[in-house]
Design a protein around this ligand. Sequence first.
Ligand code: AMP
Length: 597
Amino acid sequence: MEAALIVRMLEKMEIIDVNQMIEEFEKITKDAERVQSETLKKILEENGSAEYLQNLGLNGRTDLESFKACVPLATHMDLEPYIKRIADGDTSPILTGKAITTISLSSGTTQGKPKFVPFNDELMETTMQIYRTSFAFRNREFPVGNGKTLQFIYGSKQFKTKGGLNAGTATTNVYRNSQFKEGMKGIQSQLCSPDEVIFGPDFHQSLYCHLLCGLIFWEEIQFVFSTFAHSLVHAFRTFEQVWEELCTDIREGVLSSRVTVPSIRAAMSKILKPDPELADLIHKKCSGLSNWYGLIPELFPNVKYIYGIMTGSMEPYLKKLRHYAREVPLMSADYGSSEGWIGANVNPKLPPELATFAVLPNIGYFEFIPLRENIEDQVLGMEPKPVGLTEVKVGEEYEIVVTNVAGLYRYRLGDVVKIMGFHNSTPELKFVCRRNLMLTINIDKNTEKDLQLSVEEAAKVLAEEKLEVIDFTSHVDLSTDPGHYVIFWEISGVVNEEVLQECCNCLDRSFIDAGYTSSRKVNAIGPLELRVLQKGTFQKILDHYLGLGAAVSQFKTPRCVSSANNTVLQILCNNVAKNFFSTAFSGGKATAEDTVQ
Ligand code: AMP
């Protein structure tokens, strides 16, 4: 009796104190300005000996004025030579005081190739702090019980750089870190799948086993997670294909022959036992669903929420996710990047479309380049003037600049955020888009968000036919004169050509940027082209990125593929089933919508 009590107490001690965590967060956010300058001071003290800072003449100074005066804004390209030396094995203090021993590969979906960024224990600690903070707020509203979680996470391949440093995606570095497992226990997020599944060398086999583990522990599953919503939708779409095979495995207690990796087979054999009753139950549940609506709560009746990044380029997957989730709340996860975390979702009750991220003032030093005010400076080629964390204005958009604990100083992340309000004195941000304009031919400017809105509009036409857009991307085709936008769609079934022609026209009409519509009217931009892809094309693109060392956990479909990203463009172009050119603006037949702007 006494022993059991002690065990329970010990178990309790491992779980973080949610109230204390929230209290700490309140404290640091009430005093965000001071916490920011202390954080900067600490970063500069610890890394004062770094060659990068020394060369800039900082001379050990740690105050904000000296920092801003000496250290210029930097992009990844500026830091690449330093990072390369680190990766090649130079252990002198280059960007940090303590030598860097691990490199993260950012997903690099924008450039088409992964970027190297430094990773260290300090960055790991800030990651755990973000996880703990958002868990505390989440758990206050939607407490999870004792049990397990179904997390579609995957370790990408780890390799050694030329200089012998471990390199992998940031998520892989996090999952492999010794703090990870303990950290997950602390926030009641223990995984139902064994390590061998997470770190398996073949993503398709790992996904199959994640699903199988979820089913085996179906009653215990408290929430379902993946880093980005894309992998959640991908996982349940896969479930639709393999569910009967999963049932057979459970019925017979024998793992499907599709799983060939010995370590995964060995690990799965420890948890997979013949259970005909469970197999029947799952079979019955699945057979009773209409078009898989409500699949997640049907399979996992004790699930409290579905969790993962659902904002930004993940928004297009929400519709499908809601379909699978039925009444189970979708909760958008935090905001960060391989270069470091930025903010936590502390308002978990908000739907993902309204999710904001409160910046943690003690995990890095943050600056914000106002986008509106700096347009003139940028035209004149002057360096933009960022403002501090507590100086941002509600309603304004900024490019975010990060000084992190792993050797990046005044680093332009390339993300645009909008200030939605404040939590105490720290801003609550909404992710807007990547800074780089995606679709532009002449005076037109369309961002990822504009593309998303246009696709949403046109997808409504498709929805009338009970079909959906599985995934999409775009390309600016300058090989024609004039150049034109190309939108690639993979759709869930077959539909007649008139419908697709209407979708194409609708896409064209739905880009409402004045530069675009005026160029279209005078044919300075040619008719938009919709290219419908063969089924499975986006899977090929995913496989291509995995081959480059990317991880499914961090995968984001590139929303615009430039000619520089030749392989992906080739995959797209080689898999076009049909194409359509918009007639929306053709010869004097401008519709009412065309002329409103
Ligand atoms: P990675 O390069 O794989 O580290 O991805 C980081 C990028 O993913 C960020 O710079 C953002 O563009 C995007 N991202 C990360 N978190 C979010 C979020 N919560 N909402 C929208 N986009 C995000």
